[in-house]
Write a protein that binds this ligand. Sequence first.
Ligand code: HPA
Length: 260
Amino acid sequence: MNYALIGGTGVEHFTLTEQRIITVKTPYGTVEPIVGKLANRELVFMSRHGRGHVTPPHLVNYRANIWALRELGVRKILATAAVGSLSVDYHLGELVLFDQFLDFTKSRPLTFYEGGHHGVLHVDMTEPYCSAARQVIVNAAEDLGLVVKNGACYVCTEGPRFETPAEIRMFQQLGADVVGMTSVPEVVLARELGMCYASIGMVTNEAAGIAAHRLSHAEVMESIKKLGSNVAQLIQATVELWSPDQECLCVSANVEVGKF
Ligand code: HPA
């Protein structure tokens, strides 16, 4: 099972052929992903927030999810994430691929390497989102005639509340382009286990204080509904183009464990 899709807000369901739910036990808890086929390739589908959007961003069991994918042999993860825009360059309804992140989370377990028998890993984050995987998504988008912006700095907040306008102004000054609540530590944990990870961001709203109105989850869901079919096509086309080979540095990110 080489490939996985982690569906974020609005992508709680994704129909695969020959799909079935499996149970994977991990040191961090039990996960029940769906396995099946997409474009005739075996794929694991995981709904980040659960099938009924029941788990808020700060309580997602990121370690169990990523561990389970590794356990299933996954090498490449495609994720989706709803984001708010902080910049005039990222418009409502656009698709963006993150290339950097700023981590403003507060209370989440953020590593598999807790010291002791786990060892210590200071994993490289020079290029957090696999550039080879992003290029495949760009190629898939071109084939479909979809516009995808390759490169955006994602600021991850703790949630589940939305940000204050003052926070958004601070994040703008720090260089963030879009804001969400889930990409960290997911992207970090994938790298710690040597998997490629790329995320398709769906710009669902203008961030707090930029929009002339208050933010609501309903607004986010409404935007996602409009983007839904484009995103589904892009996921399928990406999986079709993907090869299992990891010709990038993601795979060797954890060779330095404990060698300090
Ligand atoms: N802030 C945080 N997370 C989000 C937003 C936002 O404005 N939109 C979608 N996810």
